[in-house]
Design a protein around this ligand. Structure first.
Ligand code: LLP
Length: 406
């Protein structure tokens, strides 16, 4: 928690809630940590921007010297607005149209494709050009089946058995395979599965002796529950170094660069979400604390049963320890699944109290929506000088209807 209770109250009063609040100091620290993961290797870290595409955060990430990946023309657009040059953006496409491919290619942005048919499409659009292929190393990982993106049950990547077909399409269109990439899934706290998947990817890499880069993917977890361990980055660094050194011993292109692609690890812990308690009620066995944090604001608990720590900041008086109770914290959306935190021991809540949700910087605002015609929240950055600055305005009723055709 990077904010004192009095600052939480001040921000709630100044900006209203729901409100995402970020710490520039924590964000910069995470960027530096990941950048120094493999000091002896030619390493580039691509921040996986889908986790949080706020312009202000992207500018800080750029200042810290990281590159970015992109998942759509929209992400490319925002990243360029944040000052990333084309050679610092890697478009990891999935089932995109020819127009979307052209959007990247026209801007000189490296694109990765993850099927033979999309490789054909690149060949037709950009014969003689450079491309990357996302392979499926056969091993996946992740906190929920919906975010496992390698292995046998996913739409992502090209399986190893199709290497001959990949080579045939490359040569048919005179394409250069600049790199290969993988992403096995989101959130592992033990690096072993990541390292195993990399061994498998490097076997595929040996089929292509002139790669300029090998992108090992993201997925680095952060502890959401107090009992979760922290990902041991020192151990991961040692293990990665040993696997990559072994690979380099007899890989022909000694100039090959390695890329990492973390999203969550960079931004999750720099963000918290503030909400306000608007009701406390008993329904049969359960005490519900009703807030303005509906799943349109933070969808992770409803979508993946994800855990976020929640704490209460009392506006008026501090309760004693005896005043805690087990409650279920819910939002203001018209679905019973609109549950932020189930059966949590919290201080007794009263109307006007502030709810603080931890680790909300990744896949928080980025996945928010206007469901129920709710306004997406505002975002605030606490700068290195300790001062708060608004970095995204809250939606307005006017912005909600701006695309209607009257
Ligand atoms: N690279 C690719 C190609 C990806 O698809 C992703 C995430 C990443 C990198 C970054 O993964 P990370 O380091 O953040 O785990 N909405 C879910 C997570 C979805 C991840 C999608 N892909 C959640 O809230 O848990």
């Amino acid at each position: 928690m990077f904010l004192k209770q009095e600052d939480v109250i001040r921000l709630q009063e100044k900006y209203g809630t729901p409100l995402y609040v970020y710490s520039e100091a924590v964000l910069r620290e995470r960027c530096r940590e990941v950048k120094s993961l493999l000091p002896n290797k030619r390493l580039r870290v691509n921040y996986s921007a889908k986790a949080n595409t706020n312009l202000d955060l992207l500018k800080i990430v750029r200042e810290e010297g990281l590159d970015v990946d992109a998942m759509s023309p929209g992400e490319i657009y925002v990243e360029q607005l944040a000052g990333f040059e084309s050679n610092r953006i890697f478009y990891i496409s999935n089932n995109v149209s020819a127009e979307e491919m052209r959007f990247a290619i026209d801007r000189g942005i490296m694109i990765s494709v993850d099927s033979l048919s999309q490789l054909e499409m690149v060949g037709q659009i950009n014969p003689g050009g450079k491309v990357a292929v996302r392979f499926n190393p056969g091993i996946g990982a992740g906190h929920h089946e919906k975010v496992v993106t390698a292995g046998k049950k996913t739409k992502f990547g090209v399986q190893r058995e199709f290497v001959p077909e990949v080579k045939a399409i490359l040569s048919k269109y005179n394409l250069t395979l600049a790199g290969i990439n993988q992403h096995i899934g989101s959130l592992f706290l033990d690096g072993k599965v990541y390292v195993d998947s990399i061994r498998s990817l490097l076997e595929i890499a040996r089929e292509f002796p002139n790669l300029s880069f090998i992108d090992l993917g993201g997925g680095f977890g952060v502890p959401y529950k107090p009992e979760d361990n922290r990902l041991d980055l020192k151990k991961l660094s040692v293990d990665l170094d040993s696997v990559l050194s072994e690979f380099l011993k007899d890989y022909p292109n000694k100039e090959v660069t390695f890329k990492l692609e973390p999203g969550r690890y960079i931004v999750a812990e720099c963000g918290i979400l503030l909400g306000t308690v608007h009701s406390v009620k008993q329904n049969y066995e359960t005490t519900y604390v009703g807030t303005d944090i509906g799943f349109n604001v933070l969808i992770r608990p409803a979508m993946y049963d994800s855990h976020h720590e929640v704490t209460l900041v009392k506006k008026n008086q501090q309760n004693t320890a005896a005043d805690h109770e087990v409650v279920t914290v819910v939002g203001n959306i018209c679905e019973s699944g609109d549950i932020l935190a189930r059966s949590r021991k919290l201080q007794k809540a009263e109307l006007g109290d502030i709810l603080v949700v931890s680790n909300a910087g990744a896949y928080g605002y980025a996945m928010s929506s206007n469901y129920n015609c709710r306004l997406r929240p505002a975002e605030v950055m606490i700068g290195l000088d300790g001062k708060d600055r608004l970095i995204r305005r809250r939606d307005t009723l006017e912005s909600l209807v701006q695309n209607f055709v009257y």
